[in-house]
Design a protein around this ligand. Sequence first.
Ligand code: ATP
Ligand code: MG
Length: 131
Amino acid sequence: MIKPDAVSKGFIGPILSKIAEGGFSIKAMKYIQLSRGQAEAFYAVHHSRPFYEGLVEFMSSGPIVACILAKENAVEDFRAFIGSTDPEKAHEGSIRKLFGTNIQRNAVHGSDSDENAVVESNFFFSQFERF
Ligand code: ATP
Ligand code: MG
């Protein structure tokens, strides 16, 4: 997902370009705004964390770009590629370092396991929207 901060700053194009350079291909993509309820459901695993309320507020504050990406070892490679959760700690050249604002507004989301990648893909896309 390209998060609302990066979308509002005009970084959709640069981020998709980086993703392509990284060797990821796009299997599905959409531009939508999550409702509060959808953002709550998407981040339900974090509901007991102190940052949950702010995260839900932020993630439903404006449009996002959701994508299914494909690559060998995609989940692990994408998380390495985007860098640490906190953009200040993310490595030089990573998407979060280049385009993130702070630990909450960190430009992109990446699934953290193959299982969650399937769950999150199904959250956004039907089988007819994948190519
Ligand atoms: P993501 O799941 O979005 O790919 P991540 O796996 O690096 O990020 P998580 O621990 O899953 O990090 O946290 C989910 C999201 O919650 C973060 O990307 C960030 O937007 C927000 N977040 C995490 N920790 C904090 C924090 N300490 N303060 C504010 N927001 C936070
Ligand atoms: Mg996570």
